[in-house]
Design a protein around this ligand. Structure first.
Ligand code: UD1
Length: 429
């Protein structure tokens, strides 16, 4: 949903100070919501973040015939009960839903497994790269599906039913791993998938599917073994915390040399990123596994060189926010982006704000220590949007950020959460 709203940020020298409650993970919630297509019984989900993307998935599942009860236990959070009776299910995703969100492709695997066919119009989402679907296609073909493309849609069908198979993914794609898992859980026989994605969101999906009666072993490693079962039953599952959101606030605190406490986070999902912050001179303390503290007062930050990579490597989804932090650290930092070929769209607006960033191919060099100044900038993708808001926090004067439909796809109440820590951030209708 496009919005003309802008966020206005008054840059200050004041450090962010306060507490932020971390929401449920968008990237875990979306495939887990799609997993409801695999069973006739209710799948009850807690801690689903209330975001544009999860609302799009709610509408999409309704369009597919899923019966859905939605509650709002607290601001920014939804609880869902999803039931997919065979009689009401329809295997064709409407074009409007698919255009709104690239992750809509995640219903392909479960629909195919449950109904023997599925049609998903070619997806929309962030314009951060070509994002082909060959890895999704290959894993489903290995399980016995036929895939065709026509009328700008991907069609999958399997008359004989899916059969377990051994397959190596060309790259450890998160979405393709999820589609493969959700197809293989109801396939006949055993599947062994090599070179799968290992992200915490994959492990969360496996936990949910296993709670529904699936038999998945090895989630979180690069090989997954899935023994197909004839049917899945209902379950209740709580979505893991959003590690990308949590890192965004830790970076905001480091950037403003502030003192922040995150509640409801999971340190184990962010150990690599926390180590990177440590190497740059910012210590993150864990009170228990769920409460994280970053106090940057007196920090003596150092530049760094980060390379994005599939988990447990440095997440591409935190690259833009990290780049803003690097602009505040004297010396030369570098970021190499290996996942998406067009994910440096935040560089131009950051340079318009006074940053000194040059891009050469997949590497950006950041000459840090030059003060940023406020400007009117446009967000071009989800994580770029939060990076521009962070830049506004430390820029001299006023920054306004547009293109907020990207921000609201993935961050629950970002202006409000920053404001609670003393930032001067407001929504301008
Ligand atoms: C997911 C996340 C996204 C994150 C990304 C990488 C969700 C909803 N989104 O996206 O936030 O940035 O992982 O961590 O979970 N690729 C192919 N062919 C395919 C599939 C992927 O070449 O069939 C390529 C992509 O173009 C990209 C790389 O593989 O270069 C990784 O993409 P993938 O892991 O599939 O990302 P998504 O699942 O789309």
């Amino acid at each position: 949903m496009m919005t003309a709203e802008r966020i206005v940020i008054q840059g200050t020298d004041a450090p962010l100070r306060g507490q932020v409650a971390i929401s449920g993970s968008k990237n875990a919630a979306l495939p887990i919501m799609a997993a409801s297509l695999l069973s006739e019984d209710p799948l009850n989900l807690n801690n689903v973040p209330d975001l544009n993307d999860t609302r799009v998935m709610v509408d999409l599942l309704r369009d597919l015939g899923v019966q859905l009860v939605l509650a709002e236990p607290q601001e920014g959070e939804i609880a869902l009960s999803l039931t997919s009776p065979q009689t009401t299910l329809n295997p064709e995703v409407p074009i409007e839903a698919a255009r709104k969100m690239r992750a809509s492709v995640i219903v392909l695997g479960p629909l195919l497994a449950r109904m023997g066919r599925a049609t998903v119009p070619l997806p929309g989402g962030c314009p951060i790269g070509a994002r082909p679907l060959d890895v999704h296609e290959d894993v489903l073909v290995a399980l016995g599906a036929t895939i065709t493309y026509h009328n700008h849609a991907i069609h999958a069908y399997c008359e004989e039913g899916l059969k377990g198979a051994t397959h190596r993914l060309r790259v450890p794609s998160v979405g393709a791993t999820e589609n493969g898992m959700m197809a293989a859980v109801l396939a006949k026989g055993t599947s062994v998938f090599h070179n799968v994605a290992r992200e915490p969101e994959i492990v969360d999906l496996a936990h949910c599917l296993n709670a529904m009666g699936a038999d998945i072993q090895g989630a979180g490693t690069d090989t997954m073994i899935i023994h197909g079962v004839p049917r899945l039953h209902g379950a209740t599952h709580t979505i893991i915390p959003d590690r990308i959101e949590a890192m965004t606030y830790l970076i905001a605190a480091a950037l403003t040399r502030g003192d922040i406490t995150l509640t409801g986070a999971n340190k184990d999902h962010m150990q690599g990123e926390i180590n990177c912050l440590h190497a740059m001179g910012f210590d993150v303390q864990a009170v228990n596994g769920k409460t994280l503290l970053l106090n940057a007062a007196g920090a003596q930050p150092k530049p760094a060189h980060l390379v994005t990579a599939p988990y447990p490597g440095f997440p591409t989804d935190i690259q833009a926010q990290m780049m803003v932090l690097m602009t505040s650290i004297a010396g030369e930092s570098r970021i190499t982006e290996t996942i998406f070929e067009n994910r440096f769209q935040h560089v131009a607006p950051l340079n318009a704000m006074g940053a000194h960033i040059t891009q050469q191919g997949e590497t950006c060099t950041i000459q840090g220590g030059f003060p940023l100044r406020g400007a009117d900038v446009e967000a071009t993708d989800l994580r770029a949007s939060s990076s521009l808001v962070l830049a506004g926090l430390v820029a001299q004067g006023t920054t306004t950020v547009g293109g907020l439909h990207h921000l609201y796809r993935g961050y629950v109440h970002l202006p409000e959460k920053l404001r609670a820590c003393g930032a001067k951030v407001a929504r301008l209708p």
